[in-house]
Design a protein around this ligand. Structure first.
Ligand SMILES: [Zn+2]
Length: 216
């Protein structure tokens, strides 16, 4: 089975323990087909250097794995330089924690409008979209389709919506019916924590639903 893991941190993130090479080599060892690097925007000092580094890795490992250059943009609060990350050379971006119960979290509608400026695949990372639907009295699945935003299933085990989704037939059917694009991310900060069997079982689940998976 072809597998993606589109959420990984390296030493470009303040909380990443491994280099790009170590993350990629670990992915190869675990037979992952597409690996995405998504360091935190606020801890990357020089974004061009970051993109160059990942491009070098794309070339170095091209016969073994597909490497994608992403970025994770925090929304607590909205970064002052939000649009500066709409940058040539990035293959995709993920926005995190839009469902946070924190007053400083970016407003949903403001967020949706800003994302229109990003001309690359964009997704919501570890965000409970069902909770957001309730909070704003909207149909988040419909909005994400309208704004062409994919939804990340985050297998790190740190977010309850992951367990809700894998155990809720109703939620799975809603996602299936919508045809919403999905991504799968381990959110690895340290290669020893990668749980490949969770990634594989989510791939099996989504393949059964038939929803498209980004970059697969
Ligand atoms: Zn992350």
């Amino acid at each position: 089975m072809k597998t993606v893991d589109l959420h990984n941190h390296t030493t470009f993130s303040y909380d990443g323990m491994n280099t790009c090479e170590e993350i990629i080599e670990n992915a190869i060892k675990n037979s992952i087909s597409v690996i995405g690097i998504t360091d935190h925007q606020f801890s990357i000092n020089n974004i061009d250097e970051y993109i160059n580094k990942i491009n070098q890795c794309k070339e170095k490992y091209k016969n073994k794995i597909t490497v994608k250059c992403g970025i994770e943009i925090g929304l607590r609060p909205k970064p002052d330089n939000f649009v500066s990350f709409n940058k040539k050379g990035l293959d995709y971006c993920i926005f995190e924690c839009l469902d946070s119960d924190n007053d400083i979290t970016m407003d949903l509608f403001e967020f949706l409008e800003w994302t229109r400026l990003f001309n690359m695949p964009k997704g919501l990372a570890h965000t409970d979209i069902f909770k957001l639907s309730d909070k704003y009295h909207v149909n988040m699945i419909k909005l994400m389709k309208q704004y062409d935003i994919f939804w990340e299933i985050n297998t790190s085990g740190n977010y309850n919506y992951y367990y809700d989704f894998i155990t809720s037939f109703n939620k799975q059917q809603l996602i299936k019916k919508s045809g919403l694009k999905l991504s799968i991310g381990s959110d690895t900060h340290y290669i020893r924590d990668l749980n490949i069997s969770k990634i594989r079982s989510v791939h099996t689940l989504i393949s059964g639903l038939g929803n498209p998976i980004i970059f697969l």
